[in-house]
Design a protein around this ligand. Structure first.
Ligand code: ZN
Ligand code: ZN
Length: 416
């Protein structure tokens, strides 16, 4: 099972030299106007998953201009990988940003608002891409003193394939995108509207939930609405299933294992005086354990079998997991959190577990990874809207903080 490991933070080997940390801070400050300009340009031109061709073009051009040793394009359809070899031999560190936007019409009135109808960076991936380009700038300037190799991954379609296929991380892995050389570890971050700007949220062990998606058909037998006994009415059966499903998180799973089972859509029937032939539902399951998605599925099947059999109905369940648990490697987390505390001190805090998910979790199945959160909320300025809403916005001071954070955890890993 997934268990957070508590290790004394004082026991770390010396990390990034103070002079290098100062240099990172100075470069991040210097490039802040460029970071903001890049983020605003990407924000004005958002692209949905596997369609990030303009974004990928900007990324590839920038990496080439920074004299990266290799720039690979078309990775996992529209992803970009840049390789930067340091001046000294060492380990390989990967850092990932996601590039895709969401099919949401933006509702804020900024001068740099989205120019694409019904497409917007409502998850802040414009900021992630700008931050990783900033990291590319910082590390390319420090390259002579870097002990090892840096691989920057600009991933497509974190929000999933708009056409219903596999998510971007799986496409990148299938394309062998994280190889040649194979990274020893991987880092990533998400801008977070629940955390005040200036603060950084970190967790060891589980950090974000698994996400599974299901569609369900409850199949009955159509007949006249006045003669239900001559058919099989799936509507009351579906209602019992909805109620019974809620006993899975509420009564069947340990309360210490947070679990969500949501039915997000339900429809069925033909007419007011016709007994329906079918009810369709779809929903999502979130858990924090490796076996959580399968455990919930098994319990759903037991309810479906029992309830439908009682009435002579049948069912079809299609259940698949979009993303496993985002699980931060305890050893890597301990070291990286210490590195962040050296730079950001008391601004590093531990947020609550989140039931949202990340396909970064697929990389963490291949190598140790550490994923953390950088605050973009600014209560005083009214920047508080949640991810995936038409009002999502960020305090752009977070961009330089993200650059400093990622550059430091990467350099810290390579220096150990
Ligand atoms: Zn999102
Ligand atoms: Zn996101």
């Amino acid at each position: 099972m997934l268990t957070a490991l508590c290790v004394s933070l004082g026991a770390q080997a010396p990390g990034v030299p103070a002079a290098t940390r100062t240099r990172v801070d100075a470069i991040a400050a210097e490039i802040t106007p460029a970071l903001i300009a890049t983020r605003r340009d990407l924000h004005q031109h958002p692209e949905l998953g596997f369609r990030e061709t303009r974004t990928a073009g900007i990324v590839a051009d920038r990496l080439r201009a920074l004299k990266f040793d290799e720039v690979r394009t078309g990775v996992g359809i529209t992803g970009v990988v840049g390789i930067l070899k340091g001046g000294r031999p060492g380990k390989v560190v990967a850092i990932r940003a996601d590039m895709d936007a969401l099919p949401i019409q933006e509702a804020i009135a900024a001068a740099y608002k989205s120019l694409v109808p019904n497409v917007n960076h409502s998850c802040g991936h414009d900021g992630h891409t700008a931050i990783l380009l900033g990291v590319a700038d910082v590390l390319s300037r420090l390259r002579a003193e870097i002990p090892g190799t840096v691989m920057l991954l600009f991933q497509p379609a974190e929000e999933g394939d708009p056409d219903g296929g596999k998510t971007g991380a799986l496409r990148v892995l299938e394309a062998n995108g994280l190889a040649n050389p194979k990274p020893d570890v991987i880092f990533g971050l998400h801008l977070d509207p629940q955390i005040e700007v200036g603060q950084i949220g970190v967790r060891s062990g589980p950090a974000m939930a698994s996400a599974s998606r299901f569609t369900l058909k409850v199949i009955g037998k159509k007949t006249h609405g006045a003669m239900p006994h001559t058919g099989i009415d799936p509507i009351p059966i579906a209602a019992q299933i909805v109620s019974a499903f809620q006993t899975i998180p509420a009564r069947q799973i340990d309360a210490q294992q947070p679990t969500v089972l949501t039915i997000g859509r339900m429809s069925g029937g033909n007419r007011y005086n016709v007994i329906a032939d079918m009810v369709e539902m779809e929903g999502t399951v979130r858990t924090f354990s490796a076996d959580g998605p399968e455990t919930v599925k098994t319990k759903m099947e037991a309810i479906l079998k029992g309830v439908t059999a009682s009435y002579g109905a049948s069912y079809e369940l299609n259940y698949f997991t979009n993303a496993p648990v985002t699980f931060n490697d305890p050893g890597l987390s301990t070291a990286s959190i210490a590195a962040l505390k050296t730079v950001f001190g008391e601004k590093v805090l531990t947020p609550q577990l989140q039931m949202v998910s990340e396909d970064f979790s697929y990389y963490q199945q291949q190598m140790p990874g550490f994923y953390f959160f950088v605050g973009v909320k600014n209560q005083a300025r009214g920047i508080t809207a949640m991810w995936h809403t038409e009002y999502y916005e960020m305090d752009e001071a977070a961009l330089a903080i993200g650059v400093r954070a990622l550059a430091n955890v990467a350099l810290d890993f390579l220096s150990r």
